[in-house]
Design a protein around this ligand. Structure first.
Ligand SMILES: C[S@@+](CC[C@H](N)C(=O)[O-])C[C@H]1O[C@@H](n2cnc3c(N)ncnc32)[C@H](O)[C@@H]1O
Length: 226
């Protein structure tokens, strides 16, 4: 007999879940509210349960170097920075000076500015400028969807064995499952296939928020720089 273990996430259950996860703090809450005031763009911000997950993953990995693709107003960056090991840093990149000005102000208020290095410009250029050694403990991809496979290919060789790539929006609102998908949904289909065919990693797709893939680089990986 098939047992259905999936639970429909109602608003009430979601509130319950968030209230039982670790809070990312008062400044993070202010930042969520400040971002909401931007209107529709606020949809780009990850939800609090995903923020708590990022903090926990950074802590579990004892992360000294975190790379984030897609800063926006800096909430996910703040969550990653909170989980860093002493002396660790987050390198985060975005195209928008306007949105990242909001981020910088929040990081300052949270006392995390000295742990965060913001690079403004196309993410592919920022990633290409990083050292080619496998030093990254944790990477978070949350930017332009057609860019994901390219970012993946730039990040995997730079990830330390046992390091983790977290990719956001892999369900793309559920559209990633549709074989006739076009546009961003089709980009996610290609990305998800790319990740599951990659022998350098072992991965799991989690039904949190809009779907999140966690991919751990295998200790003995083939190809790339390690
Ligand atoms: C979904 S938002 C990131 C949300 C953020 N992680 C958070 O939780 O608050 C995506 C961001 O990627 C940025 N972006 C889009 N294309 C980019 C590119 N080619 N290089 C760098 N950043 C890019 C956008 O400006 C936007 O701020």
């Amino acid at each position: 007999m098939k047992v259905d273990k999936d639970v429909q996430l109602t608003d009430e259950l979601r509130q319950y879940m968030v209230s039982h996860g670790t809070s990312s703090g008062a400044v993070a809450q202010e930042l969520i509210e400040r971002t909401h005031a931007l209107g529709q763009a606020a949809e780009m911000q990850i939800p609090p349960e995903q923020g708590a997950l990022l903090t926990l993953l950074a802590q579990l990995l004892d992360a000294r170097l975190v790379v984030e693709v897609g800063t926006f107003t800096g909430y996910s960056t703040l969550c990653l920075a909170r989980g860093l090991a002493p002396g660790g840093r987050v390198v985060t990149c975005d195209l928008s000076a306007e949105w990242t000005d909001i981020a910088r102000a929040a990081w300052r208020r949270a006392g995390l500015s000295d742990r965060i290095e913001l690079r403004l410009g196309p993410a592919a250029e920022t990633l290409a400028s990083l050292p080619e050694e496998p030093d990254i403990d944790l990477a978070f991809i949350d930017a332009d969807k057609p860019g994901y496979i390219g970012y993946w290919e730039q990040l995997v060789p730079r990830l330390r064995p046992g390091g983790l790539i977290v990719a956001d929006n892999v369900f793309y609102g559920g559209a990633a499952v549709d074989p006739s998908a076009v546009g961003n949904a089709s980009a996610f289909r290609a990305f998800n296939d790319h990740v599951s065919a990659d022998v350098r990693v072992e991965q799991v797709m989690l039904p949190i928020a809009d779907g999140v893939t966690l991919a751990r680089k295998l200790p003995l990986s083939f190809g790339g720089m390690s």
